[in-house]
Write a protein that binds this ligand. Structure first.
Ligand SMILES: CC(C)(COP(=O)(O)OP(=O)(O)OC[C@H]1O[C@@H](n2cnc3c(N)ncnc32)[C@H](O)[C@@H]1OP(=O)(O)O)[C@@H](O)C(=O)NCCC(=O)NCCS
Length: 190
């Protein structure tokens, strides 16, 4: 079943196409992009095409191609839904390095948060992030995620040749409702 297209002020999240594979292969073979990703092994085109086919078929996998306001495909983002637990697990990669630091990461995360709580009625959205990925940790905290677990030396980083810690972070439905309420109150006061 096709997943709904999601839109923010600048960003559109659309279902991936198999023709997106070439860009994904470039991004996921770039050590500057993968330095803090779980996926660091060399990626072949045929494997990426198989991966995308599987993602598109999987009804619980909402993996999106990220398109900016100029119609440029700049990355991938999405989540895996665990229906029984009313829980979703988030991931994001802006593969185009020139597009980092423009606020897209925050907008994409906000679109996904809004969709999973408002439309899919989940109770919890969670993620894993490596501790040295300060930019990512910053945006997740800003969007309302809380650190609930810190695992020491959990993963060997093939790029930095060091063992990295990671954080498990989550935002619960009740956190989202509180944030939403705060934003509405702030708007009213202005
Ligand atoms: C991590 C990623 C998603 C962030 O997206 P982005 O579009 O670059 O981020 P934004 O522009 O929305 O926001 C960046 C924020 O981080 C802050 N920041 C940048 N470098 C930072 C640092 N070293 N420490 C703390 N905060 C930092 C910026 O000031 C900005 O916050 P602000 O708006 O409050 O000032 C993106 O860089 C990316 O895809 N990186 C490669 C893959 C990856 O690491 N994915 C995450 C896996 S968990």
């Amino acid at each position: 079943m096709p997943k709904p297209t999601l839109k923010g002020p600048r960003i559109t999240l659309r279902q991936p196409k198999l023709s997106d594979a070439a860009l994904c292969v470039r991004w996921f073979n770039d050590p500057k992009v993968t330095i803090y990703l779980g996926r660091q092994q060399k990626l072949a085109m045929k494997d990426e095409i198989e991966y995308l086919k599987k993602m598109i078929r999987d009804k619980d996998n909402y993996n999106y191609s990220v398109i900016n306001e100029n119609g440029k495909h700049i990355g991938m983002a999405g989540f895996h839904l665990k229906r029984k637990d009313k829980r979703a697990t988030y991931g994001i990669t802006i593969g185009e390095k020139k597009e980092w630091g423009k606020g897209y990461g925050q907008e994409i995360t906000e679109i996904i948060i809004d969709f999973v709580f408002r439309k899919l009625k989940v109770n919890r959205l969670d993620l894993k992030v490596f501790e040295p990925n300060k930019r990512a940790v910053h945006i997740y905290e800003k969007m309302g995620f809380k650190i609930e677990g810190h695992r020491r030396a959990i993963s060997y980083n093939l790029v930095t040749k060091r063992f990295d810690d990671d954080y498990i972070m989550s935002i619960l439905r009740e956190d989202w409702l509180k944030r939403k309420g705060r934003r509405i109150l702030t708007k009213k006061r202005v």
